[in-house]
Design a protein around this ligand. Structure first.
Ligand SMILES: *Cc1c(COP(=O)(O)O)cnc(C)c1O
Length: 400
């Protein structure tokens, strides 16, 4: 099936084909419907649009450039590789795009507090930044194990003025932080706003987060056209929950000539349990209040997953990606931890750009693809973030 069948998505219940929805009990179901209604009412108002646009330009530093990576291209010997530089945004990744949108929406809805969980702390830092800027209270729940592992992000969140709640129950990691933050949210959903960190969770989050990330693709499409006079032959991005990828892909879904590829983490290999290649190896199921492809056991319980990039190790994936896979509108491939590390080093040493380990998955795929294509073909890679957070880990792992 061609990409033209994609159409406007999701439907008013939040479904992308069979995927998505809001599989949550009362009172959450009612609250999600209220957020969806408020979002649809506010998003198109001039006040909201102008405030967001102004911050995107003067605060985030948009538009982020598209860069022709000529030395990386020469090294691979084939198609031309271009990078959409989301790593140059304020706070160093694409996450600020949806965090700003969510914080502004919370303010426009009259909420007084924004709540979220965080794993490695990337979502927490981006959200705490947006909340400091917008002037709204922020509370982040984080597993005690992660609090101890991620000292720089913990420090940033505290400096930015958010209330950091260490969670000691259970395994004291991400899943427990989600439970804890949700319990807190349900105490006062009238005055608080739960900010999900990717295109996952119940409707309207997959739609809303996508809409806030769509600016990546809109800018990149126009920039690439004006730089080269045509559209890229292939566009690619890493897929964890899928927000940076859907942000890029959204603007190209109607372009029949553009091949779109999402890159999943193959971890230590697709033939081992140590990966998080949800769309490659998973099956349709449900997780965290929505339907999508899931890496699950016989009973429908999510399996433990692994990636060298903590932002990619999630056993579910955005419902729109699940649908685009089924339509055949987007191809989903995977690269291993080893290939990711190699791309991380190559991009650093050939271009002077240290990528996030998440983003290095997309770079690794582009490097493999470029070799097999002629020099007049082009590949546009979404460089979702910078690698400051990963330098200690990589230096130690490679014995530098
Ligand atoms: C969080 C993160 C990701 C993964 O999230 P998506 O929702 O899949 O985009 C990718 N890259 C960077 C730099 C991140 O911080």
């Amino acid at each position: 099936m061609t990409k033209a069948h994609y159409g406007p998505m999701p439907d008013d219940k939040g479904f992308f084909g069979d995927f998505g929805g809001a599989l949550v009990p009362e009172p959450l179901d009612r609250i999600m419907r209220e957020i969806a209604e408020a979002y649809v009412a506010i998003r198109d108002t001039p006040a909201f649009q102008e405030e967001l646009k102004d911050l995107q330009i003067h605060y985030v530093g948009r538009p982020s450039p598209v860069y022709h990576a000529k030395r990386l291209t020469a090294h691979c010997g084939g198609a031309q590789i271009y990078l959409k530089r989301e790593d140059l945004n304020h706070t160093g990744a694409h996450k600020i795009n949806h965090c700003l949108g969510e914080a502004l929406l919370a303010k426009h809805m009259g909420k007084t507090k924004v709540l979220a969980e965080t794993g490695a702390g990337q979502h927490g830092v981006a959200l705490a930044t947006a909340c400091a800027l917008v002037g709204i209270d922020c509370e982040i729940h984080m597993g005690q194990v992660d609090v101890e592992k991620e000292a720089p992000n913990v420090g940033k969140m505290k400096i930015l003025g958010c209330r950091l709640v260490p969670v000691t129950r259970g395994t004291a990691t991400l899943k427990d932080a989600v439970d804890s933050a949700f319990e807190e949210y349900l105490k006062d959903p009238e005055n608080s706003f739960y900010a999900i960190g990717s295109v996952v969770g119940p409707h309207p989050f997959p739609m809303m987060v996508r809409d806030f990330q769509r600016i990546i693709g809109e800018e990149a499409r126009a920039q690439f056209l004006s730089m080269t006079g045509r559209l890229p032959d292939t566009i690619t991005a890493c897929v964890g929950g899928g927000s940076n990828a859907i942000g890029l892909f959204s603007a190209f879904l109607e372009d029949e000539s553009v091949r779109i590829v999402g890159v999943e983490p193959a971890g230590e290999g697709l033939d081992t349990p140590r990966n998080a290649a949800t769309l490659t190896l998973g099956t349709p199921g449900a997780i965290h209040g929505f339907k999508c492809y899931v890496l699950q056991d016989d009973k429908g319980e999510p399996l433990p997953v692994h990636s060298i990039a903590s932002g990619l190790d999630y056993p579910g994936v955005g419902p729109q990606h699940s649908y685009l896979k089924e339509l055949g509108a987007v191809d989903y491939e995977s690269v291993t931890d080893t290939e990711c590390l190699d791309a991380f080093m190559k991009l650093s040493r050939l271009e002077g750009i240290i990528p996030a380990l998440e983003s290095a998955h997309a770079v690794a795929y582009a490097m493999k693809l470029a070799k097999d294509l002629p020099a007049d073909k082009t590949i546009l890679v979404n460089l979702s973030g910078r690698g400051d957070k990963d330098v200690d880990f990589v230096a130690e792992r490679l014995g530098l």
